[in-house]
Design a protein around this ligand. Structure first.
Ligand code: GLV
Ligand code: MN
Ligand code: MN
Length: 445
C-alpha cells in the first residue's frame, strides 16, 4: 500500500458520515417508541436496502444483488481473480428494535470502502462489502441468518419457507413478492407450493462459492453488558452462541370463567405459565445457558374465558452445544410433566437447532494486534447473540467479529446505544484488520 501508512489511513475515517447514515437508516421504520421496526422483505427493508446500494455506489463499489436479496459491493484490485476479503452485516431489525444492531456493521464496512476509495488505496485482493438479507428471525419466528445461510449453501427446509408472519404471509411469498418488485414485474398470486418452488430457485441462484472468499469480518455492537461494564472499547469475538427453538402448543379446554370450578379447569395459559417458569429455572441452573419465552399467543385471549390454547416459542442458547442440548432436553421433559399433571395436551416441536460456532484464532490475534498498535484495550469474549458471521465461519475458516460496547448492555430495544467514539474506534480496528487480510497471501500491496 505505497504512500499509505495504515495508522494514518484510519485517521481518514469520518465518524460523522457513519452517524448520519445510521440516522438515515433509523428513519426508515422508526416507531413512536423511538426504535426501529424494519422487518425483512417489507417495504421498509426495500427502501433501506436501496439506500445501502446508493451508498455503495458513492463509495465506488461495483454492486450486485443476489436473487434472495443479499447485496455485495466490490472494491476491485489489480488481482481481480483472488478470493475476496468480505465484511458486512445486516440491516433488518427486530420488532421495535435499535438502530445499531446490524446497521453499524454495514455502515462501517461502507465507510471503510469510502476511505480506501477516496485515498486511492490499491488492494492486493478485492474487498467486498456485504449486506445480508433477513438476519433477524422476528418476522417469521424462524429463518435466523437466512441470507447468509443461503449464500453458504446451508439447507433451507420447506417448513422455514412456509413459516407465516403475523399477517399470514409465508417467507416464500415474501421472497417472491420482493423479487417481483425488484424485477419490475406485476406480482402474481402464487399457490403455496409454487411460491416454495420459486423461492427455492432464487435460493439456488444465490449461492456464493466459499472458495471465492478468503476471509470474513463483521463489526457489530456487543448487545450485552461485558464491554460496557469493563470499560473496554473493543471486543475480539472467540465464538458465537446458537439458538435451539422449541415451538409449544398447549391445548386445554376453553370454558366460562365464571361457572367452571377451579378443580375442573384445563387452563392452557396456567400450564404455559408453569412451563415458562420451568424454562427460567432450568436455564438459571445450567451454566452458560440462557432461555427465553419471547413469543406467546393465547386463545381466545378474552377476559371472561378460560384460555383453551396457548402457542409459544422457547429460545435456548449457549456457546456449549452439550449444555444447550441438556437444558433443551430438561425443558422438554418438564413441560411434558406439567401438561400431564394439568391434563392439558402438549405438542412440542424443535423448529431450530443450531450449532455454536467458534471463530478464527488468527483473526482474534489480528484484532488484538491492531488494538495494541492503536494503544487501546481489547477484550476476548463470546457472543450470546447470533450473527451472519456464524454462518460464514462454517465455510470460511478465517472468519471473525469485532464488537463495540452497547450502553448498559441493552439491545433489541429502542434504548440500544453505542457512543460515536466507540463506533470510530471499532471502525478503525476493522479497517486495520481488513488491510492485514487484503495484503496476506497476495503478491504485492
Ligand atoms: C439475532 O440477532 C439473534 O441473536 O436473535
Ligand atoms: Mn438482532
Ligand atoms: Mn445483528
Amino acid at each position: 500500500m505505497p504512500g499509505h501508512e495504515p495508522l494514518t489511513l484510519i485517521e481518514k475515517i469520518r465518524p460523522e458520515r457513519m452517524i448520519k447514515r445510521l440516522d438515515q437508516l433509523a428513519q426508515i421504520g422508526q416507531t413512536i417508541r423511538g426504535g426501529v421496526t424494519r422487518l425483512a422483505f417489507t417495504q421498509e427493508d426495500r427502501l433501506a436496502r436501496a439506500m445501502v446500494v446508493d451508498w455503495m455506489h458513492q463509495a465506488g463499489l461495483g454492486v450486485r444483488t443476489s436473487p434472495i436479496g443479499n447485496i455485495f459491493g466490490r472494491l476491485g484490485s489489480p488481482e481481480p481473480d483472488l478470493p475476496v476479503v468480505m465484511t458486512g452485516s445486516h440491516i433488518d431489525t427486530v420488532i421495535v428494535g435499535g438502530r445499531f444492531d446490524g446497521a453499524l456493521g454495514v455502515v462501517a464496512a461502507i465507510e471503510v470502502a469510502d476511505v480506501l476509495n477516496e485515498n486511492g488505496v490499491s488492494l492486493s485482493r478485492p474487498l467486498e462489502v456485504a449486506c445480508f438479507v433477513m438476519e433477524e428471525s422476528s418476522r417469521f419466528s424462524t429463518g435466523y441468518a437466512f441470507g447468509s445461510k443461503v449464500m453458504t449453501e446451508q439447507p433451507i427446509d420447506d417448513e422455514t419457507l412456509l413459516a407465516q408472519d403475523r399477517t399470514g404471509q409465508t417467507l416464500a411469498e415474501a421472497i417472491h413478492a420482493m423479487r417481483s418488485r425488484e424485477l419490475g414485474l406485476m406480482e402474481q398470486a402464487l399457490k403455496p407450493g409454487d411460491s416454495v418452488e420459486t423461492a427455492k430457485a432464487y435460493i439456488r441462484d444465490s449461492r456464493y462459492p466459499p472458495e471465492r472468499i478468503q476471509s470474513f469480518i463483521e463489526l457489530h455492537v456487543e448487545q450485552g453488558p461485558i464491554l460496557h461494564t469493563l470499560g473496554k472499547p473493543v471486543g475480539a469475538v472467540t465464538a458465537i452462541a446458537a439458538p435451539t427453538r422449541l415451538a409449544v402448543i398447549l391445548s386445554g379446554q376453553q370454558n366460562h370463567s365464571g361457572t367452571t370450578p377451579m378443580r375442573l379447569r384445563k387452563d392452557a395459559l396456567a400450564a404455559a405459565a408453569e412451563a415458562i417458569l420451568a424454562v427460567e429455572r432450568i436455564c438459571r441452573s445450567s451454566d452458560g445457558v440462557v432461555g427465553t419465552v419471547g413469543r406467546i399467543e393465547v386463545e381466545p385471549n378474552v377476559v371472561n374465558v378460560i384460555p383453551g390454547k396457548v402457542r409459544m416459542v422457547i429460545d435456548v442458547r449457549s456457546v456449549s452445544a452439550g449444555a444447550k442440548a441438556d437444558a433443551a432436553e430438561a425443558i422438554r421433559a418438564e413441560i411434558g410433566r406439567i401438561a400431564t399433571d394439568r391434563d392439558v395436551a402438549c405438542q412440542l416441536d424443535t423448529i431450530t437447532d443450531e450449532t455454536p460456532q467458534p471463530l478464527s484464532d488468527k483473526i482474534v490475534s489480528l484484532i488484538e494486534k491492531n488494538c495494541q498498535a492503536m494503544g487501546i484495550e481489547c477484550r476476548r469474549l463470546a457472543s450470546g447473540a447470533g450473527h451472519d458471521a456464524a454462518q460464514l465461519a462454517q465455510v470460511v475458516a478465517d472468519t471473525g467479529m469485532i464488537f463495540v460496547p452497547s450502553r448498559d448492555g441493552i439491545s433489541h430495544d429502542p434504548q440500544e446505544w453505542t457512543d460515536e467514539g466507540d463506533i470510530l474506534t471499532g471502525s478503525q480496528v476493522l479497517l486495520l484488520t481488513l488491510l492485514d487480510l487484503t495484503s496476506s497471501g497476495a503478491t504485492h500491496f
